[in-house]
Ligand binder design. Structure first.
Ligand SMILES: Nc1ncnc2c1ncn2[C@@H]1O[C@H](COP(=O)(O)OP(=O)(O)OP(=O)(O)O)[C@@H](O)[C@H]1O
Length: 298
């Protein structure tokens, strides 16, 4: 009878973990999604938090990145004083620019729901100015993400309400974009400008970039105008609009001050159910991508 030594057992365990780790990641690379719309107050942050936590509730490892100097996502997830936090996204991006090493897990906060967060604060505004004179200025966020990507299934980037250099960084780092649109106002001009920017980034910086779709937020079907705008957006953008619509809901509005997820705040309310449906749609898009990758002939 042979007795295995401690070294043998350790080597077996290492082999087991390496096999599983490599296999899992080669089949399921991280999917990075930017939530972008240069119009303010359309539900980007609420959607980033609720979709991120929704994906985590479905067993996915999720990293949320607050790429907005207002730090709204950071506050929504329970860090009410973003300006007192360090390190934040700006620190990490500064390290990438200065080619300094980033320690594993550095700057990443853990939310009780299971999602991880790279927080942001006002320092991100200064960083955006610095980026202008930085080499490869559009790819700094992508370079940062490449240092953490192997630990996550999804990375969601909450963009700021502008098409400035930070949003360009988010689009350059992303596999796809979700565009939250408040169904109350005609978004035509703003959307055209955003889609032009996405096309430019795809052509010049990030050929794999796709638009996952427009998600209608704060939908209030009680008024004729809202119903007409909803129908017009669906007619204009067709299959590029998610079937799930996020209804206007006081409970959804409250999560920005309650520091609770929509699932904890109003578990069976209409906004939680809508975000669950959106999560399922996003997961099914991931599956389509995987099928495509596994079978390139199709
Ligand atoms: N479904 C909803 N029903 C009602 N209010 C909502 C809903 N979703 C978000 N809100 C509220 O609308 C406001 C804007 O939402 P949110 O911060 O998510 O938008 P944003 O696009 O990230 O804004 P910004 O451009 O300033 O970053 C917030 O006060 C939020 O609480």
């Amino acid at each position: 009878m042979t007795t295995s030594t401690t070294a043998d057992r350790q080597s077996e365990q290492l082999c087991f973990f390496e096999t599983h780790f490599t296999t899992e990641r080669s089949i399921e690379p991280v999917k990075t999604i930017a939530l972008a719309n240069q119009k303010g107050g359309v539900g980007k942050t609420t959607t980033a938090a609720s979709l991120g936590i929704g994906l985590s509730r479905q067993g996915k490892k999720v990293l949320l990145i607050d790429a907005d100097a207002q730090g709204n996502l950071t506050q929504m997830l329970g860090w009410p004083q973003p300006d007192e936090l360090s390190p934040t996204l700006s620190t990490l991006m500064e390290k990438i620019i200065a080619e300094q090493p980033i320690a594993p897990g550095e700057g990443i906060l853990h939310h009780p729901s299971g999602v991880h967060l790279v927080p942001a604060n006002i320092e991100l505004s200064a960083l955006e100015v610095t980026l202008v004179n930085t080499m490869s200025r559009e790819t700094v966020l992508r370079q940062y993400l490449s240092t953490v990507a192997d630990r996550y299934d999804y990375a969601l980037i909450d963009c700021m309400p502008s098409l400035g250099m930070l949003t360009i960084n988010a689009l350059t780092a992303a596999d796809s974009v979700i565009i939250p649109v408040q169904a109350q106002y005609l978004p035509a001009k703003g959307l055209e400008q955003l889609l032009r920017t996405i096309t430019r980034v795809k052509r010049q910086l990030n050929p794999k970039l796709e638009v996952d779709g427009i998600v209608l937020t704060m939908v209030d079907s009680r008024t004729t105008l809202a119903r007409e705008i909803n129908a017009l957006i669906r007619k204009t953008y067709g299959g590029h609009v998610f079937a799930s619509e996020i209804p206007r809901s006081i409970k959804a509005a409250e999560i920005s001050v309650e520091n609770k997820s929509i699932y904890d705040h109003d578990r069976s309310g209409k906004a939680a159910l809508a975000y669950e449906n959106l999560t399922r749609e996003v997961l099914s898009l991931g599956k389509q991508i995987k099928r495509h990758r596994a079978d390139p002939v199709r």
